[in-house]
Design a protein around this ligand. Structure first.
Ligand code: F6P
Length: 319
């Protein structure tokens, strides 16, 4: 393969730039031409494409977000736009594509691969919800950002002797809540994977109060159905202690990537370029037990993420 494209799609994640840099530089090093496709699948449909040279990878390794911009494309769900995207790539002579994104982006990549285009997926999402890889690019940074925010909230929560519910991102996945919650010493961690009785949550908070805790921290994943504000109301009523809810939101998705994310992005970006260069077919690059892996794309898309119940139970014991 002589000419490849790279795009970022879906929610941005810290480390996407490091991944772009690796695809560009490893690709050029192998003698390929690398094209950047802007605004994800939307930009692909619109032909928003520019060749990237070595210096395009300069001064971006440490930056959050994505220099290629990103989007969630509803048009791309339709076959006619997927065919159209293929004709755009054909016009540029682009023979293979690297897609950096989460589950939805991987589905789009799979559709393109079914139309005959070799596509390599890199897992770029703070959610850590992709079954074929232990870690996604951006997750470690988001956990650490969230941890630091929990620390700030802990200070004020303690001063005011309140219960604070901290809602974190993750869509249907509780990994961000679990990891930030265990690292941040949360009294209760609420995730969509484990149904939780509200009375039990209240009991835990009351138990903490009885043992002398002046404040409580509840880390709740956004995928848990009960609204955080409603939970605060219920807790206030049932525990007799003031409660507040805070939704962390996009603040978790920005910022400079950690070393772990920069490394994962760099190694997997280089791997993606190598796979396309060697015409290795459509793959999803990830990391399993510390090793970079390249799983067949169709297989990867069907692998479900297992929630770490042991870690969840341990968090309950330690709180
Ligand atoms: O998938 C990443 C993510 O940040 C989720 O955690 C969150 O639910 C979603 O994206 C938010 O998406 P948007 O940027 O479209 O509001």
């Amino acid at each position: 393969m002589k000419r490849i494209g790279v795009l970022t799609s879906g929610g941005d994640a810290p480390g996407m730039n490091a991944a772009i840099r690796a695809v560009v530089r490893a690709g050029i090093n192998l003698g390929m031409e690398v094209f950047g496709i802007f605004r994800g699948y939307e930009g692909l449909i619109d032909g928003d494409i520019k060749q990237l040279d070595w210096s395009s990878g300069g001064d971006i390794l440490h930056r959050g977000g994505t220099i290629l911009k990103t989007a969630r494309s509803t048009r791309f769900m339709e076959k006619k736009w997927q065919q159209h995207a293929l004709s755009i790539l054909d016009a540029y002579g682009i023979e293979g594509l690297v897609v950096i994104g989460g589950e939805g982006s991987m589905r789009g990549a799979y559709e393109l691969s079914q139309l005959g285009l070799p596509v390599v997926v890199l897992p770029g999402t703070i959610d850590n919800d992709m079954g074929y890889t232990d870690l996604t690019i951006g997750f470690d940074t988001a956990v650490n950002t969230t941890l630091s925010l929990i620390g700030n909230i802990r200070d004020t929560s303690s001063s005011h002797e309140r219960t604070t519910i901290i809602e974190v991102m993750g869509r249907h996945c509780g990994d961000l809540a679990l990891h930030a919650g265990i690292g941040g010493g949360a009294d209760v961690i609420m995730v969509p994977e484990v149904p939780q009785d509200i009375n039990e949550v209240c009991r835990k908070v009351l138990r903490g109060q009885a043992s002398g805790k002046v404040h409580s921290i509840i880390v709740k994943a956004e995928g848990v159905e009960l609204e955080s504000a409603k939970l605060a109301e219920i807790l206030e009523e049932m525990t007799g202690r003031e409660a507040r809810a805070v939704v962390l939101g996009y603040i978790q998705r920005g910022g400079s990537p950690t070393e772990a994310d920069r490394r994962l992005a760099s190694l997997s970006g280089a791997k993606a370029a190598e796979l396309l260069y060697n015409d290795a077919g459509s793959r999803a690059v990830g990391v399993v037990n510390g090793e970079i892996t390249a799983v067949d794309l169709e297989k990867a898309i069907n692998m479900k993420r297992e929630f770490d119940m042991d870690m969840y139970k341990l968090a309950g014991i330690l709180s």
